[in-house]
Design a protein around this ligand. Structure first.
Ligand SMILES: [Zn+2]
Length: 516
């Protein structure tokens, strides 16, 4: 009896081992038997894990009847995101892992954990193999994620040197947001890029660039990042338009290519715990993926599309204590602007009531003294700010139509949609008290507080998200694995659960296969 149990355990252990070996063998075989993929695309949603994808999916499905393109991709797998130094990665270490295939410390760009050795990125391998390269992002182009594909620096904060690496890379297309940490005069990186043969274009010039005449392109919609998707004017180019321009340009090169597109601001709205802005950023990146899926349908035997995230941000959960089994993610559609823009709106309203903000100590300038004295008498009241909150979030104060108080005793299931919408957005007494308390912190005695905090906007967005059945647990990143999706040639190698550094290993092997 004992002996047969031991034998069974030993056999089990042997079987388990051989299963791992078989998996490793299968993967090695797959990477050996890769097909030529002429056009390779990698999308990275910064701060995008499954909750972000599922929130955008549910919002999109309930408002347009259609889910996300990225969630419908045939190959879905999981990537672990930890860095060499931390269980919770930053964007530099995860960008480097995804770009170069090696885990490094938080903060490093394209360098090993010790900060001694440069790591080669998939974009650099692709270039060596005769491919044209495109790097695009909605945030600044020398920020950690895009930088990991062309730069090598011990610190992500060395923006200027990273910008110089951008020019040195000689990659064919850089597009989306502009540089941060640039310098002026002869040290202006845009000028250095022009001298190195780049056609540099800004704002309205970008759509007018003659793609046939340009050798390499460095185009930006703004000097910093592109506007948030939720705030972006409809006629302004977003990630999808830059992606279209990039492939139009690279197709003229008659070369195979590798393109990385980053949806950079999903992360930012995760840090600010702003669900309505986050999901629109995910949908904006999904729109760019759709551009490539249309391209892929025209080149079905030549195209690989991979979509991943670099980490989760915010500890997003789809469900909140009070909402129980009701989901109201569609209510996030009531949000009209980002929390950052709402902070500006609150301050502009305060300026219109209290007069413009004073800088420096009072009484320095006698000419202004009278105006300031008048301004000092004015005060802003909680009632002044309520219409702004209702207008931008649909939140209802002192409701006359629906019963005031918590919604818990209302049968939501039997209420029709309009009634549910109103009931869910009616502020309870305690929620109104929280906003009023925040107002009194930001505007004590109806005046501006010295610190100039944004308590009103932060509190309104927190309450609004919870009423829309969304919760957050962190203002930073979390260690949740991310979804890695793939479509097209060699997409079968993206399966199972693996380290984010394996993405680069797979992609490096793929871009190294010669293309006729
Ligand atoms: Zn972040």
């Amino acid at each position: 009896m004992k002996r047969s149990l031991f034998a069974a355990l030993a056999a089990g252990a042997f079987l388990a081992l051989s299963a791992v070996q078989v998996a490793a063998q299968t993967e090695a075989d797959q990477l050996k038997n890769l097909k030529p993929a002429k056009y390779v695309f990698l999308f990275i949603g910064d701060g995008m894990s499954l909750p972000q994808r599922m929130m955008a999916e549910e919002f999109s499905r309930s408002t347009t009847g259609k889910g996300l393109t990225i969630n419908a991709m045939p190959q879905q797998s999981y990537s672990k995101t930890s860095s060499a130094s931390n269980f919770i990665t930053d964007s530099a270490a995860s960008g480097t892992a995804i770009a170069c295939g090696e885990k490094t410390n938080n903060g490093r760009i394209g360098m090993d954990a010790e900060g001694k050795k440069n790591l080669e990125s998939v974009a650099e391998v692709a270039k060596k193999n005769g491919r044209a390269i495109g790097i695009l992002t909605s945030i600044t182009i020398n920020h950690a994620t895009p930088a990991s594909f062309y730069a090598h620096n011990v610190s992500r904060d060395n923006y200027y040197d990273i910008g110089l690496d951008l020019v040195k890379s000689g990659f064919e297309y850089f597009g989306g947001g502009g540089l941060q940490g640039n310098r002026s005069g002869d040290n202006d990186i845009y000028k250095i890029a022009e001298k190195a043969g780049y056609t540099v274009a800004y704002k309205d010039e970008v759509p007018k660039v003659d793609l046939k005449k340009a050798d390499k392109l460095f185009v930006r919609g703004h000097n910093g990042q592109l506007p948030y998707a939720i705030d972006k004017p409809a006629d302004e180019w977003g990630l999808a338009e830059y992606t279209q321009q990039c492939i139009d340009f690279l197709m003229l090169k008659n070369k195979p290519f590798f393109v990385m597109v980053e949806g950079g601001n999903i992360d930012h709205h995760g840090h600010s715990n702003d669900a309505g802005s986050s999901l629109r950023e995910t949908m904006e990146m999904d729109r760019a993926v759709s551009v490539i899926m249309d391209f892929a349908k025209k080149h079905p035997n030549d195209t690989l599309v991979v979509v991943t995230g670099d980490h989760e941000t915010g500890g997003l959960t789809l469900g909140f204590a009070n909402t129980q089994y009701e989901s109201s993610i569609y209510l996030l559609g009531n949000q009209k602007c980002s929390s950052d823009e709402f902070k500006n709106k609150v301050n502009r309203l305060a300026d219109s009531i209290l007069g413009p903000r004073r800088f420096g100590p009072p009484g320095r300038n006698n000419n202004n003294q009278n105006n300031q004295d008048n301004a000092e008498e004015k005060t802003i009241k909680f009632d002044d700010i309520k219409p702004l909150i209702t207008e931008n979030f649909g939140l209802v104060f002192d409701n006359q139509e629906a019963p005031r108080g918590n919604n818990a005793n209302v049968n939501l299931r039997s209420a029709d949609n309009n009634a549910r919408r109103k009931l869910n957005l009616v502020l309870s007494k305690s929620e109104q008290d929280r906003i009023e308390e925040a107002f009194n912190r930001q505007f004590p005695n109806g005046k501006r507080a010295g610190g100039g905090g944004d308590a009103v906007a932060n509190t309104v967005v927190a309450i609004f998200d919870n009423k829309c059945s969304v919760g957050w647990t962190s203002g930073a990143h979390t260690a949740l694995p991310v979804d890695t999706s793939a479509y097209g040639v060699n997409s079968n190698v993206f399966y199972g659960m693996y380290e984010n550094s394996d993405i680069a290993k797979k992609l490096k092997a793929i871009v190294s296969v010669p293309v006729k």
